[in-house]
Write a protein that binds this ligand. Structure first.
Ligand code: IPE
Ligand code: IPE
Ligand code: MG
Length: 248
C-alpha cells in the first residue's frame, strides 16, 4: 500500500456512499441487504478516518430526493439508521467522535430524531473527529432555506444586504462553522454530485470509483487518499505561484 503523507491528508473528507442497491441486486439479494452491508463500510471508513486523524468526515446517507423511493425501502433505511446510531454511539464515545447532522430534520420520523438528539447530546463534549451525517439533505434545499433566513434577518433589520458576503452567507448554511470539504469520494461509478453540498464543493477535489459502497475497502480508501495527495490545488492561481510562493 502506498504510504500516505500525514501532513497532506484532507482536513474534511466527504463521501457519497452509493451503490448499495446494485451491490445487492447483482447478488440476487434484497436492496436492504445492500444497505446493511453498506453500514459495515461506514464503520470501516469511520475507523480509518479516525486513525488517520481526519478532523471532519461527512457522509451522504439519505438525500431529499431519496424520499421518493418505495416506502418499504425508506422505512428500512430509517430503521437501519436508528439501529446504527444506537449501536455505534458507545464506540463514538470511546473514540472521542462527535455526531452532527445536516439536512431537513423536520422531515425525519420522530423516533429517528429522538435517537439522533440522544446521540448528539451524548457526544456533544467530544473533541476528536466531527462525524456529520447528511440526512434528508439536499444542496438546493439548504441554499434556499439559507436565503430565506437571510431575508428574514434583513427584514428584521439585523443584517444589511451589503453585509451578505461569501463568508456571511456560509454561516447561514447547515454546515456553518465547518470548513469546506477538501476531498469528495463517490462510489458506484456515477459521476454526479446529486444535490450534495453544492455551495461547499466549489473547490473540492473530486474522486470517483466504480466500486459499490459495500465493496469499498481500506485499500481503496488509501488509494483515493494517495490520489488526493498527488493533486495540485491551485485555487485559481498559476502552478508557478504555488511552487515559488504567493509573492510572484
Ligand atoms: C446508496 O445506495 C444509499 C442511498 C442512497 C440511501 P443506493 O441505494 O443508491 O444504491 P444504488 O445506486 O441503487 O445501487
Ligand atoms: C445520492 O445517491 C444520495 C446518497 C448517497 C444518500 P442516489 O443513489 O440517491 O443518487 P442518484 O439519484 O442516483 O443521483
Ligand atoms: Mg444510488
Amino acid at each position: 500500500m502506498k504510504k500516505l503523507d500525514p501532513d497532506k491528508l484532507p482536513v474534511h473528507l466527504a463521501i457519497i456512499m452509493d451503490g448499495n442497491g446494485r451491490w445487492a441486486q447483482q447478488r440476487m439479494l434484497k436492496r436492504v441487504i445492500g444497505h446493511q452491508r453498506g453500514a459495515e463500510t461506514v464503520n470501516m471508513v469511520v475507523e480509518q478516518a479516525w486513525q488517520l486523524g481526519i478532523k471532519y468526515l461527512t457522509l451522504f446517507a439519505f438525500s431529499s430526493e431519496n424520499w421518493s423511493r418505495p416506502a418499504i425501502e425508506v422505512r428500512a433505511l430509517m430503521s437501519l439508521l436508528k439501529k446504527y446510531i444506537r449501536q455505534e454511539t458507545a464506540r463514538m464515545m470511546r473514540k472521542n467522535i462527535r455526531y452532527n447532522v445536516i439536512g431537513n430534520r423536520s422531515d425525519l420520523p420522530d423516533d429517528v430524531n429522538q435517537t439522533l438528539d440522544d446521540a448528539i447530546a451524548q457526544t456533544a463534549g467530544n473533541t476528536g473527529m466531527l462525524l456529520t451525517l447528511a440526512l434528508s439533505y439536499g444542496g438546493r434545499q439548504e441554499l434556499s432555506m439559507a436565503a430565506a433566513r437571510l431575508a428574514r434577518d434583513v427584514m428584521a433589520g439585523t443584517l444589511t444586504p451589503e453585509q451578505i458576503t461569501v463568508d456571511t452567507f456560509g454561516t447561514y448554511l447547515d454546515t456553518g462553522g465547518l470548513p469546506d470539504p477538501d476531498f469528495l469520494i463517490r462510489t458506484s461509478g456515477e459521476m454526479r454530485i446529486s444535490n450534495f453540498l453544492l455551495w461547499q464543493l466549489a473547490y473540492t477535489e473530486l474522486y470517483f470509483t466504480e466500486t459499490n459502497w459495500p465493496d469499498f475497502t481500506i485499500n481503496e480508501l488509501h488509494k483515493a487518499l494517495a490520489d488526493f495527495q498527488s493533486r495540485e490545488r491551485r485555487f485559481g492561481k498559476t502552478s508557478d505561484q504555488l511552487t515559488r510562493g504567493s509573492h510572484h
